[in-house]
Design a protein around this ligand. Structure first.
Ligand SMILES: Nc1ncnc2c1ncn2[C@@H]1O[C@H](COP(=O)(O)OP(=O)(O)OP(=O)(O)O)[C@@H](O)[C@H]1O
Ligand SMILES: [Mg+2]
Length: 316
């Protein structure tokens, strides 16, 4: 793609005998937000570290902002910002001092660093608290300050590694608003997350990563319809019969939620699935409170793709 901000072809990285990246491919168009969604250990941080030149890949062609991350690492560094999984703020300094320090570390002159710190505090709603020590900040404020620090050099491409992990819903919403405000300015954002909702809210396109490779890619809607379309939900009167129902119903990829006495599964033919379920339950004498068809959530798509729904079924 000519206007790609990020191109990854066949990226590989091992730690000892363990393959953290195993032939990962990814293309991100300029000015878009791309979500990389994956469970713990999928390889998200490894990918971000390679893209931001902190780690060398073992194999693959990887370009960021038009430059090769290995051969032109310095050119890449000038054009990127990174918000790591763990914050890099000085707890004792105020928000403003942290940003100015960051600016100086990135060779902005004192005046430029001061001006830029002021702009960013304003932009992320931190202007009033700029003098307060960071250790007194809430989780959401810290993350917004982190984000401000990653933007000090006005990067073309910004990497956000799990930007809202550990935040409460309010902190998460604040960070989401800040990320949205960036995109209008033309910055390309690659965001890793374990939260489906985050990818759904922020990303134009999503790559689902598992065991170091991309197992699905598309918009949130495409991913939802790709994985079987509709689902059937069955609520039983007696949670104790869930295991028996899972065993006898003509369904695959069943997930079970005992607290809600619910089992759920993807279906291809809506009407046939519905009548098949009702008939099988009647024949077995299992009483259902409700049987209904609905669209899948992105969470279910993710569990389905990463194979976790099979584990759920075995556990039932
Ligand atoms: N420095 C390291 N040495 C050895 N193994 C590592 C190292 N860093 C990561 N790994 C392994 O590589 C795999 C990918 O790790 P990575 O940190 O990229 O996953 P992740 O998707 O970021 O996970 P999380 O959601 O927990 O942050 C994991 O199996 C991890 O244990
Ligand atoms: Mg990680």
């Amino acid at each position: 793609m000519a206007d790609a901000a990020i191109t990854v072809e066949g990226a590989e990285k091992r730690y000892g005998g363990k393959k953290a990246l195993n032939g990962l491919d990814l293309t991100v168009a300029r000015g878009t937000v791309h979500g990389v969604l994956g469970p713990n250990g999928a390889g998200k941080t490894t990918l971000v570290r390679i893209l931001s030149t902190l780690l060398r890949p073992d194999a693959g062609r990887i370009e960021v902002a038009g430059h090769d991350v290995v051969r032109e690492a310095y050119a890449v560094r000038l054009r990127i910002g990174l918000l790591g999984q763990h914050a890099a703020l000085d707890e004792e300094l105020g928000g403003r001092q942290n940003l100015e320090l960051f600016g100086r570390l990135h060779h902005l002159g004192a005046r430029r660093a001061r001006a830029r710190a002021g702009e960013l505090l304003e932009r992320f709603g931190l202007a009033d608290t700029g003098r307060k020590a960071v250790r007194q900040y809430s989780g959401g404020m810290r993350r917004r300050l982190d984000l401000a620090a990653s933007l000090i050099t006005e990067p073309e491409v910004l990497f956000l590694d799990e930007p809202t992990t550990g935040l409460d819903p309010r902190g998460r919403a604040e960070v989401w608003d800040s990320v949205r405000s960036l995109v209008g300015g033309g910055t390309t954002v690659l965001l890793t997350t374990q939260y489906l909702e985050e990818a759904d809210q922020l990303a134009d396109r999503i790559s689902v990563v598992d065991s170091g490779r991309v197992i699905a890619e598309g918009t949130a809607d495409e991913l939802k319809s790709e994985t079987g379309g509709d689902r059937v939900d069955v609520v039983l009167r007696d949670a104790g019969q869930l295991g028996a129902a899972v065993a006898l119903l003509p369904l695959t990829g069943v997930t079970v939620d005992p607290d809600r006495r619910l089992l759920s599964a993807p279906v291809t033919d809506r009407m046939e699935a519905l009548s098949g379920v009702v008939r099988a339950l009647q024949e077995a004498g299992i009483e259902a409170e409700d049987v209904a068809l609905r669209r899948p959530t992105l969470d279910e798509v993710f569990l389905h793709l990463t194979g976790d729904d099979r584990r759920v079924k075995e556990a039932a």
